[in-house]
Design a protein around this ligand. Structure first.
Ligand code: PLP
Length: 412
């Protein structure tokens, strides 16, 4: 298990008072905080070896290239990718998913082909497929949920057809916390000849991931949700796809040769990294991966399961609190969406903020899922490696006070 006191000492931002109370940061599904090791890596890069990569004939350029490519190798090991050439640095999960839609999708889809996704996807794993489907006259099909908010695997089997070309599924829901059975999804998708695109934005920070064991074709995640900087994300792609896919953006670094009217492409992953990349933040992500790897992703997950179990039990004591998603902490991540009586989620968020507790409220970029749940918004508390039971207790106490406050306002 994790030593949260020791971990907290590594995160300068956590040690502050917000609105008169010690900060309780429970908005980790939106973005995580950064340990000193990551912050110092960025400072070190800009103070000692800032230079452009891949083109230099000078020492700083070599150092920057080595660190940038070293970060790629660390990320590859982190998700057990077969090699660094299967790791493309992008801005975030959103860009990774769009890259697949714009390259593989545009090259392969024909009118009438089908894309299977689910009703709980984040907009970034939905809108790119809508755009692609409209352009290619393809058909979108949606897998539903069970009453406890898990993916309905019987429905999944029904949605697959010989026309299915792409299955795009989240590995962990940012609203329900639901963990999906990715290996089984991939197996069934491959059986009908479809490729699989996995949105791991909420999974990579929290669960051990082995892309070879999952056997997925593509998998995307963001650095900023896993202790890394903003502006850097990862797209893993199976080597044979990356070799055959057309490039995403054209420009410097992604070419082998350029004539006035034609060009040929560099090898993957550079074929997909046009222009000067986000060097500093990629190296920063490498430091984040080091930090998580030193903790051990099994331990990260164990901490999250224990804290989520504690939180689910504690929150169930709050009167009129509706919690969404699977009740079993083993089957979900540490994302807990809820609504409190008929108080709007934004009001809940504002009241908690007055007590120094940061949560998120809104549709969480999952408008179709909100409609399915029959709500306009939810409040969402989400945990990470530095969160504690005492913080959960503060959340619960603040919710009870919010209920009393609104009860008295309504009663007046
Ligand atoms: N997918 C899921 C499940 C998410 O939770 C998020 C971010 O909240 C994204 C995709 C998009 O991530 P980003 O905004 O970093 O591209």
């Amino acid at each position: 298990m994790l030593d949260t006191a020791r971990i907290r000492a590594d995160f300068p931002i956590l040690h502050q008072v917000v609105n008169g109370r010690p900060l309780v940061y429970l908005d980790n599904a939106a973005t995580s905080q950064k340990p000193r090791a990551v912050i110092e890596t960025l400072v070190d890069y800009y103070s000692r070896y800032n230079a452009n990569v891949h083109r230099g004939v000078h020492t700083l350029g070599d150092r920057a290239t080595e660190a940038y490519e070293g970060a790629r190798a660390k990320v590859a090991r982190f998700i057990n990718a077969p090699g660094p050439e299967t790791i493309i640095f992008v801005r975030n999960t959103t860009e990774g998913l769009n890259l697949v839609a714009y390259t593989w999708g545009r090259a392969h889809l024909r009118p009438g082909d089908e894309i299977v996704t689910t009703i709980m996807e984040h907009h970034s794993n939905l809108v790119p497929w809508q755009i692609l489907a409209r352009e290619k006259e393809a058909v979108l099909r949606f897998v539903g949920l069970t009453p406890t908010g898990e993916l309905d695997m019987e429905d999944f089997a029904r949605q697959l057809t010989p026309r299915t070309r792409i299955v795009a599924v989240t590995m962990a829901s940012n609203v329900l916390g639901t963990i999906t059975p990715v290996a089984e999804i991939v197996r069934q998708a491959h059986a009908v000849g479809a490729i699989t695109v996995i949105d791991a934005a909420q999974a990579a920070p929290h669960l051990p991931i082995d892309v070879q064991a999952l056997d997925c074709d593509f998998l995307a995640f963001s650095g900023h949700k896993m202790l890394g900087p903003t502006g850097i994300g990862v797209l893993y792609g199976r080597r044979e796809h990356l070799e055959r896919m057309p490039p995403f953006l054209g420009g410097g670094s992604m070419i082998r040769d350029v004539q006035l009217t034609t060009a040929t492409w560099n090898d993957p992953p550079w074929k997909f990294e046009a222009g000067t990349p986000n060097i500093a933040d990629a190296i920063g992500l490498g430091a984040a991966v080091d930090y998580l790897s030193a903790l051990g992703m099994e331990n990260v997950r164990a901490h999250e399961v224990a804290l989520t179990a504690y939180a689910l039990a504690a929150l169930s004591q709050v009167e009129d609190l509706v919690i969404y998603g699977p009740p079993d902490p083993q089957r979900r991540t540490g994302v807990i969406s809820f609504n409190l009586a008929d108080i709007h989620a934004h009001d809940v968020g504002t009241i908690l903020d007055q007590e120094g507790i940061a949560i998120r409220a809104g549709h969480h970029c999952c408008k179709p899922l909100m409609r399915h749940l029959g709500v306009a918004a939810t409040a969402r508390a989400s945990f990470y490696i530095y969160n504690t039971r005492e913080e959960v207790d503060r959340l619960v106490a603040a919710l009870i006070r919010a209920k009393e406050l609104f009860g008295s306002v309504v009663g007046r």
